[in-house]
Structure formats: C-alpha cells, structure tokens
Design a protein around this ligand. Structure first.
Ligand code: FAD
Length: 345
C-alpha cells in the first residue's frame, strides 16, 4: 500500500466550494489537497450545467458553469493544489495525534490536520451495471464512462447506453480515424439515441456501412472467463436471450450524485446535511469543517456566492486552529505577504 500523504488540509469535493476553499486556505498560508470522485474539477457547474449561464456571481454579470470553473482554476493556480481525481473518499477516521486519516477508493490515504467537506449534493459516481457476473470482472474489462478509448484497439467492444457519451464512444471506436476497435456493438433499450443531430447522422452512416452494429435490448448477465470477459448475455425486445462474445464492456448509464459514505463519518447531520456553526463552518468534530451545498445552518442558501463566503470563514477558523492565533485580516490589494503567495508584485 502507498504511504500516507501528510497534509495540513484536505478538501473533499472540487466543486466551486472546494476550489475556492483551496484559494482561501492558500491566502492563509495553508497548503491543501483536493479529492473528487469525478475525473475533472467543477462539481455541479461542470457536470450538470457546463454550457448554461449563471447570472449571480458577484462581479461577473454572466458566465457559463464551465467558464466559472476555468476562472476558479486560474485563480487557485498560484496555490499549486494537488488534485486527486476519479476517487471517492470512503473513510474519515481520527488518529491518536488529533489528525484525521482519510481513505479513498483509489487506495490513497491522507493524514490531515484539517478536513474540509465540500461534498455538495454527493459524490458524482457512475450508475453501476447490476447483473450477475459483474463483480468477477477485472478493472480492464469493464469501464464506466471512460474518458479515453485507447484500450479498445483491435478488440471487440460492447458500448452500453443511449446518451450522447455512448453514441460518441461508439463513433470513436469505429470511425476510420478513431480508436480502431476490431468490432463495435452499441446496445440500448430502444432504437432511439439522445445526441446532437450531427452525431446521430454519423451513427447512422456507421450503422449503414456495418462499422457499428446496434443491438436493441439489455444485458442480463456477464460471463467472465477467468480474468477475461468472454461474453455478455443479453435479452432482445421480444424477451429472447442471446450470448454475445466480447472482450470489453463500456457502460454509459449516467453519472449521478450519491451521498455515499459521508453519513458514516460520525458527524452531526440533519436531513442529510452537515450541521455547522456559521461563524466558523466547524462540524461537530474538531478540525473538520464543511461548506457549500452539503451544510445546514439557520438561513443557509444553496448558492455559489454563499459557498464562497463559507470557504472564507472556514479558512480563517482553520488558520486559528492550526496556527494557534487569530489571523490578521489583510487585503489582497495591499498586503506584501498575500502578493508573495499570489506571485504578483
Ligand atoms: P458541488 O458543486 O455539488 O460539488 C461537490 C463535489 O464533491 C462533486 O464534484 C462531487 O463529486 C464531490 N464529492 C462529494 N462527495 C465526495 C466524496 N465522498 N469523495 C470525493 N468527492 C466527493 N447556484 C448559483 O449560485 N447560481 C446559479 O445560477 C446556479 N444555477 C444552477 C443550475 C443548476 C442546473 C444546478 C443543478 C445548480 C445551480 N446552482 C446555482 C447551484 C450550485 O451549482 C451549487 O450551489 C454549487 O455547485 C454547490 O457547490 P459545492 O462545491 O458545494 O458542491
């Protein structure tokens, strides 16, 4: 197992709250690490409404969800915050010396003096395929929402799903200049796919020339052969079952937020929200703070600008906890210390 990463601060969740938390901690001279279940930063802003406009960020009359994430990314660049993506935090346990041991699904372990839970509406995780045999598959046989497709080269692949990402993956696996799968199947419950007209036209063209075979039905079982995937069993619309030899299974059943293990961390909750003191954003456990959509206090509003305020309050409180004295309030406009942190003169 990997050695534990020692850090003053660990931020769980890289949505707008977690990103701005890293900035505010940086201004306090506290180095943080970020963890997110998604393979990218931005939380709801990038996952749920990347191309839609936001009109209520102070000083930014309008920007899209993705543009806000890019602006936050640029703002925290001076803090050089390590990102631990594509991994969900599973465990948060106290250590004897007052620190917290935090473990992720990727096997990363942190020993953190402070923890900031910015978990929003939960960890964005792919919807799992729930059919017999799935648990026995090796990690390189079954992929959920893969972001690159190099592994399909020269292999038979079943893409399972009907949304834009599934259609795109099927096109990429089978197109002349694509990832060059030996054979591409696209399986979906209905012969109706949810994608842009241009992609649907390309899909039709690849179906017509035999590069993609579309199967209408659902997977009922997977049949591993030792470590390897041998075939999937699927049922067509008439209820008939068929075996389909394949080497790889790419599943696109959607990504949705799950509160997950957070409720097991021993923190005070009210209606699945973490209870915090609004003056410090401290939870019921010493050294653990929580901000953004996951928290509850009298008057809480689930808005990005409120999360930014909470990140600021939490950073001041954590600085006092870590450094043993109240931090000074300094302006980024005039403080030489802050200029040095920001790399500006
Ligand atoms: P999130 O954005 O939910 O990010 C939380 C992150 O934590 C996620 O990436 C998740 O994967 C990760 N995470 C959670 N648990 C774990 C774990 N155990 N391990 C690892 N990672 C974990 N707000 C506004 O102010 N203005 C708007 O105009 C606006 N428009 C919106 C439009 C839509 C369609 C939606 C859905 C929301 C909108 N909001 C708007 C609300 C705003 O997006 C949220 O208030 C904001 O995203 C909350 O930020 P957050 O960082 O707290 O949580």
């Amino acid at each position: 197992s990997q050695p534990a990463v020692d850090t003053d601060a660990l931020i769980i969740g890289a949505g707008p709250a977690g990103l701005f938390q890293a900035f505010q901690l940086g201004l306090q001279g506290i180095q943080a690490h970020l963890v997110d279940a998604l393979p990218h930063i931005g939380g709801q802003c990038s996952q749920l409404y990347g191309h839609k406009p936001i009109y209520d960020i102070p000083g930014i009359p309008v920007c899209t969800g993705q543009e806000l994430v890019q602006l936050l990314e640029a703002q925290i660049a001076p803090m050089a915050v390590p990102r631990n993506l594509s991994q969900q935090v599973e465990t948060v346990r106290p250590l004897d010396d007052g620190r917290w041991q935090v473990g992720t699904t990727a096997g990363t372990v942190f020993h953190a003096r402070t923890v900031f839970i910015a978990a929003g509406v939960g960890a964005f995780v792919p919807k799992a395929l729930k059919v017999p045999g799935v648990e026995a598959l090796a990690a390189d046989q079954l992929f959920y929402h893969p972001s690159q497709l190099d592994m399909v080269q020269g292999r038979t692949v079943v893409i399972y799903g009907g949304d834009e990402e599934a259609v795109n993956a099927a096109i990429q696996c089978s197109a002349e200049d694509g990832a060059k799968a030996a054979k591409t199947y696209l399986m979906h419950r209905r012969d109706a796919f949810n994608a842009e007209p241009a992609q649907l036209a390309q899909l039709q063209q690849l179906r017509d020339n035999g590069a993609i075979e579309v199967l209408i039905g659902q997977i009922t079982e997977v049949q591993p052969n030792g470590e390897l995937l041998k075939s999937v069993q699927w049922m067509d619309g008439d209820g008939n079952e068929h075996p389909l030899p394949t080497e790889l299974l790419l599943v696109f059943q959607g990504i949705s937020p799950r509160l997950g293990p957070l409720t097991d961390w021993g923190l005070a909750l009210e209606r699945k929200q973490l209870l915090v003191d609004p003056a410090t954003l401290a939870t019921s456990a010493q050294g653990i703070y929580a901000i953004g959509d996951i928290v509850s206090y009298p008057g809480k509003k689930r808005l990005i600008l409120c999360a930014f305020h909470e990140a600021t309050m939490a950073a001041f409180a954590a600085a006092e906890y870590l450094q043993g004295h109240k931090p000074l309030l300094e302006y980024t406009t005039t403080s030489a210390r802050l200029h040095s942190i920001l790399g500006v003169s």
